[in-house]
Design a protein around this ligand. Sequence first.
Ligand code: NAG
Ligand code: NAG
Ligand code: NAG
Ligand code: NAG
Length: 240
Amino acid sequence: MAVKALTAILLFLACLSLNEAVFPNRNKFIEENPLKLQSTIDPAYLASKPRLPHNLNVFQYDIKIQPYFPNPTTTHDSSLDFTFDGTTTIYFQMLETTTSVQFDAYNLDIYAIALTSSNGIRQQLASANLDNSTNRITVAPVMFLQANQNYTVSFGYTGKINPYNYGGLFYSTYNYANGTKGNIYATFFELGDGAKSVYPCVDDPHFKAVFNLTVVAPKNMVTIANTMEDTITDIGCLLK
Ligand SMILES: *[C@@H]1O[C@H](CO)[C@@H](O)[C@H](O)[C@H]1NC(C)=O
Ligand SMILES: *[C@@H]1O[C@H](CO)[C@@H](O)[C@H](O)[C@H]1NC(C)=O
Ligand SMILES: *[C@@H]1O[C@H](CO)[C@@H](O)[C@H](O)[C@H]1NC(C)=O
Ligand SMILES: *[C@@H]1O[C@H](CO)[C@@H](O)[C@H](O)[C@H]1NC(C)=O
């Protein structure tokens, strides 16, 4: 699915079958569980809130998330529960010639980074550092990033599924009318560290982009986002 939007994407995975009312007690759930984001960003940095330099244009994000959580149909190692695997590719254009480019990332363990210019040539990296006090990753190729050139940067990473009051990708429960609880895994991106704890991005409302989101989910769950679904692919092992 692709959607022209801010970095605020809503994503819900719910343990429902399709013909049931979605979130029957949703309003009650929201009242009882007001979202309270907790930030661990350096308070001095938060007070000054510097934005990333506006020296690039971002066109598109290709985001693929595979969350792991207890589910009767999945067979992953339980040590993976409440984590997710992610890959994100960001399509962008540099607006000035520069030695490095920065992205926002929070609480992600990034294990792979690839920077490619629009002619398909992979750029050798001099360094790629995640600064935990500002939650920014600086990607510096050996060669300069050239003004007006298009690039893609791809990140492979793992992240965490948080308790609901941390936002980002979180887990919680909802009540059926008969009192039985269901599990939901959803995102809350509107404050603080939410979006950048699910995918590296330029987390600034100045930047509008197309979001192409792929979620790998158990077949017994419903996946809901705030735009039309594109395709569903059966990838076996009771996953879609
Ligand atoms: C969406 O992203 C996936 C990778 O996550 C990619 O394979 C696919 O081609 C992209 N689709 C579009 C329409 O850009
Ligand atoms: C930064 O945070 C990551 C993720 O929590 C952690 O793996 C890493 O050790 C931290 N690095 C430093 C220098 O504190
Ligand atoms: C960069 O990508 C944008 C969006 O796809 C496109 O409009 C533009 O022509 C590209 N620029 C170059 C120099 O390739
Ligand atoms: C409660 O309702 C849900 C949804 O209709 C159903 O799956 C579940 O079996 C019900 N539980 C009981 C104890 O009736």
